[in-house]
Design a protein around this ligand. Structure first.
Ligand code: 6PG
Length: 225
């Protein structure tokens, strides 16, 4: 069952999502003394991530993963890990070196080899505690696009080809991995997402409707239809 947290605008939705993430991370660490969290790509999460970095969290007990990565060379400006470093990891103060807790996807190896390598890592942990995701206007999440063969791949990490959103080749956590996460959070906003949100609320068979109960953080514009 989805739960909807509706805010006035993207800034308030981002702040609310960061608050939710902080609470869930702390609860997880209180219970397990560690937290495994997958992060989104795209443009929407930037403010939420920077607000999260401002919190006083036990950073050395958090392990960061990516929901997906684009098959570009290391350091390419369109890589999701470049966005995540800029908006989150570079802003975490008081910690000298978190590199052993930041698990980037070796998507520079290509979709097949990158997925194989990341799969070994994901299979070595007992599932994600939090999957923080974005959503595209076609109802995709991570790099799981409508009608794409990756949707039927039950391995934990899957290669993606023929992506309708550049680049063609990507690496993504699978539906199964996202479904198995303890908590799922999607932050999305803006009138451009209103039409797909309406379809999701009607239960349409879209990739994001296949990953289980979601805590949605949205603005009023995305809920306008
Ligand atoms: C990617 C993301 C993708 C993204 C959505 C939303 O690599 O593009 O992982 O799943 O989260 O497409 O993107 P925006 O936040 O830019 O709308």
């Amino acid at each position: 069952m989805h739960s909807w947290h509706i805010s006035r605008d993207i800034e308030q939705a981002s702040i609310a999502a960061a608050e939710f993430l902080g609470e869930k991370i702390m609860a997880c660490i209180k219970q397990k003394d560690i937290c495994h969290i997958a992060l989104p790509g795209g443009n929407t999460p930037a403010l939420c991530l920077s607000k999260l970095a401002e919190k006083d969290l036990p950073w050395r007990k958090i392990h960061w993963y990516l929901g997906d990565e684009r098959c570009y060379p290391i350091g390419h400006e369109e890589r999701n890990d470049v966005m995540l470093y800029k908006n989150l990891w570079s802003r975490i103060n008081g910690e000298d070196d978190l590199s052993d807790r930041i698990h980037c996807v070796p998507a520079e190896l290509g979709a097949e080899r990158g997925a194989e390598a990341y799969r070994k890592l994901i299979d070595s942990i007992a599932g994600l505690d939090i999957a923080f995701l974005g959503m595209g206007e076609d109802g995709h999440t991570a790099s799981l696009f409508p009608g794409n063969a990756a949707l039927d791949d039950e391995r934990s990490v899957v290669p993606v080809h023929d992506s309708p959103k550049a680049p063609d080749d990507r690496v993504s956590l699978s539906l199964k991995t996202l479904n198995d996460a303890t908590h799922r959070l999607v932050l999305t906003a803006g009138s451009a997402k209103a039409e797909i949100i309406a379809r999701i609320r009607q239960g349409e068979n879209l990739p994001i409707n296949l990953i289980g109960a979601i805590n949605w953080f949205v603005d009023e514009a995305a809920m306008a239809e």
